[in-house]
Design a protein around this ligand. Sequence first.
Ligand code: E4P
Length: 220
Amino acid sequence: MQLFLDTANVEEIKKASALGVISGVTTNPSLIAREGRDFVQVVREITAIVDGPISAEAVSTRAEDMIPEAQTLAAIHPNIVVKIPMTAEGLKAVRALAARGIKTNVTLVFSANQALLAALAGATYVSPFVGRLDDIGHDGMELVGDIMDIYRNYDFQTRVIAASIRHPLHVIMAARAGAHIATIPYKVLMQMLRHPLTDLGMEKFLADWAALKAKGINVN
Ligand code: E4P
């Protein structure tokens, strides 16, 4: 399983990237808006930090507009993956972009049927939104498992990104469901890393070592 970082905050991406566990980045218009910076500039900066798939979202709603918009985004850097919404127009665009060799990430996926259609259209990635389904009383992770089963049955090459991840348990559940990727906020990455027993253990080790040194015993 791979981890992508779900943010448009360049400082977060730098810090997460330094850990060596992040393989890509996903952004969306809301994440870009949160930063209040030039979209293309932000995307360029991200491509300079992470050498992996970087999702940038097309905001057009008609296929005939999405296609040139996606081509412009893809021209920014070879690692750009264009996020396309799960709509009828989006599917048409995905098919046309696949034919042109442009990678796509079909976003706002909330059902197994939508994921099936995205794969049939030739999507490179599909992003089921786990947290937003949980929010309305559905089991978001069940959807990830269903998509994995369906894709395996037919050997679809589309990669599944568990998205809208809200907490570390979501990541474990996505891994158990076999998701190829989970895209996670920086906060969740930090929550995954930390454990109070690790902190306590470190404190004790360092204190014992310092006590040994204080006795004049050579520890080097
Ligand atoms: C990822 O591609 C999505 O943009 C993101 O995970 C959505 O997360 P949210 O539901 O927390 O906004």
